[in-house]
Design a protein around this ligand. Sequence first.
Ligand code: PMP
Length: 384
Amino acid sequence: MIYFDNAATTFPKPPTVRREIDRCLRDYCGNPGRSAHALSLAAAEAIYDCRAEAAALLGVPSPEQIIFTYNTTHALNMAIKGLLRRGDHVLISDMEHNAVYRPIWALAGFGEITYDVYPTFPEAPECDTTAILSGIEERLKPNTRMVIASHISNLCSAMLPITEIGAFCRERGLLFVVDAAQSAGIEAIDCTAMQIDALCAPGHKGLYGPQGTGLLALREGLKMSTLLEGGNGINSLDGAMPDFSPERYEAGTLATPALAGLCAGIRFVRARGIDSIRAAERRLYRRLRDQLTELPGVTLYAPAREGSTLLFNLDGIPSAEAAARLDEAGICLRAGFHCAPLGHATLGTGEDGALRVGFSVFNCAEEVDVLVRVVAHILHKMRK
Ligand code: PMP
């Protein structure tokens, strides 16, 4: 079996991740922060370690500003609904995932906010920072309060100029929210240097943690209203949620075994190094892109933007059908619309969506070659 659906969730996970989850469940899985006994304290310590690792990886000065969530979607909903106020205007990019688009659409539908979409030109051979910033500037209104950007698209590998958008927003007093679902663990992120107010990331993709983990890195001094309220062992006699991060935002029991695994995942990423992970995945991208380019009947989307994710179609074969044939050959990848209707419209993938290959550090060149051979075979059979 060849697994190329790493943009949805990475598989397999490093052995250290599996071992740490097992060790947690066997040795120290008390309820973190609720009691003062040894197992509760050990669980709290494991969670703190994970916060510290995440903060170090993402350029967040204080581990307390790392808030754990169940996934990226949860983090984005918290940031969007916790920071926006009635009457605000928001700018989102034309490559946003439904994890951004749907909460924004829902708030707009309730008459709470208004929004506009700025262009990002993913098909251009290089990122045009000036054009992107002009597109944002042109759409600003007196009540614009937030700009949201998907760091790297989950369709192709187009990356947005986060540092420049961050500086633009800070100069104008706008909140800057970044969806790092496809970049955390793959591209260097420094929340402080990039002037990001809220960074939302999955634990289960490029950080190699288990599903059920995600995080929100909130700029120090910024306060969100809460999406969930409940207990966490802090100020228990008070009806109000605590005023400080992360306890204000983490209601109920955290997923300790999953976060212990995430901690091991982040350590794995830090030990390998972002530069080496990025380079390895780009090598696979180039190998696949260059071979697919040679095959007649393959349409590639934004192929010049090298990264960890490649989007393509086989002419005359709906992507779901092509994916089913690849599955029969033991190759797992995703077809269809990838929860990103804005991005599909921007890239013009048509009515059947497209096939997506997402690499992880566990993929190799031979797997790419097998995929190309199977694709060539599918195209050959179709022509007969
Ligand atoms: N944003 C982007 C760009 C994504 O690729 C994804 C996952 N496909 C999400 C958000 C949602 O991530 P999660 O499944 O962790 O909620």
